[in-house]
Design a protein around this ligand. Structure first.
Ligand code: PEP
Ligand code: MN
Length: 340
């Protein structure tokens, strides 16, 4: 439920309600508006909800109490309109500024990641992506450097000042990824791994939650809800393409979903046209389309020598391609009132 306080309600009134709701087993989320405060109370297991709502309605400093009808109560827009997430080093996502996250598919070795990161930094990229734990279709393919790879990413942060986003695949690795990353990525294959999501809810770092390759928008938002309900409000949604009947592209980048989740949720939304298309020549047009559709950021696979990338080379753009794309993205961003 949402408790809408009157414009005259004081901090003391608010605290009294928070205390009362917490005592009744609710999780409380406060949204401070210009005119009035909204108190969101989430507690699916509270069985005398109607009585509690009626009681709260009688309080003089409560204007009204409304039920939250959407199943994703924390991720939906009922309590918050927009969320900005601070990634550190002056990078914020969800505001006016578009955030570019770029880098190779995988951490390919200490020297290689530094080389790519420096080239991207020189092109203006502030967030570096690369996987240390790689979810590969074949168990015979390169599986990533694991913990050693995380340490290579920490060296990238140290040397370049860039923020690091990298994937966690298993709950047992979360403590390591949390330690070395600035943003913890949950990949498409794990969007339904509810135990991992709950653990991410206890994580101190923002979570970039990729959409499951066969997940509906509602399932995706409910996956975000798992993380938020477990205590971590900092979730970034990432549309990375869904599996359709079309074999020409690896996936179908669902830009409907980008616009839809911007409409349904207050969380920042990133699009990944690299995995979304699986073809490097389609990355630039779909990156531009993503910004036009309202994305708050992009995740791009980029490499100093895409032809030598260990994984996903066919969808990886060069640094030169990125520089050219950036100019066009700036124009698209300006057209939709954003900055890049
Ligand atoms: C990735 O970003 O490296 C990745 C594996 O992505 P996805 O989970 O979208 O396939
Ligand atoms: Mn990849």
């Amino acid at each position: 439920m949402i408790i809408v306080m009157t414009s005259k309600a004081t901090l003391k009134d608010r605290n009294a309600i928070v205390k009362r709701l917490e005592g009744q087993g609710y999780m409380v989320d406060i949204s401070e508006g210009k005119e009035r405060t909204l108190i969101g109370a989430i507690g699916a297991n509270v069985d005398n909800k109607d009585a509690i709502m009626n009681q709260l309605t009688t309080l003089p400093y409560v204007e009204k109490v409304v039920p939250i009808l959407k199943p994703y109560k924390l991720a939906g827009k009922e309590i918050h309109e927009r969320t900005e997430i601070d990634l550190g080093a002056g990078v914020t996502i969800g505001g006016n500024q578009i955030v570019i996250m770029a880098g190779p598919c995988a951490v390919e070795g200490a020297d290689k990641v530094i080389e790519i990161a420096k080239a991207l930094k020189a092109a203006g990229v502030k967030v570096f992506r690369a996987g240390a734990y790689k979810p590969r279709t074949s168990p015979y393919s390169f599986q990533g450097y694991g913990l050693a790879g995380l340490k290579m990413l920490a060296a990238v942060r140290e040397e370049t000042g860039m923020r690091i986003v990298t994937e966690v695949m298993a709950p047992r690795d979360l403590k390591h990824v949390e330690k070395y990353a600035d943003v913890v990525q949950v990949g498409t294959r794990n969007m339904h791994n509810f135990e991992l999501l709950k653990d991410c809810g206890k994580c101190s770092k923002p979570i970039l939650l990729k959409r499951g390759l066969a997940a509906t928008i509602e399932e995706w938002l409910l996956a975000a809800e798992y993380i938020m309900k477990a205590g971590n409000p900092n979730v970034i949604l990432c549309e990375r393409g869904i599996r359709t009947f079309e074999p020409y592209t690896r996936n179908t980048l669902d830009l409907n979903a980008v616009a839809a989740v911007k409409h349904l949720s207050h969380l920042p939304v990133v699009a990944d046209p690299s995995h979304g298309t699986g073809r490097y020549e389609l990355v630039a047009p779909m990156a531009k389309a993503s910004i036009a559709a309202g994305a708050d950021g992009l995740m791009l696979e980029a490499h100093t020598n895409p032809g030598e990338a260990i994984s996903d080379s066919q969808q990886t753009i060069s640094i030169k391609d990125y520089r050219a794309l950036k100019k066009q993205l700036q124009a698209v961003a300006a057209a939709v009132g954003r900055k890049l």
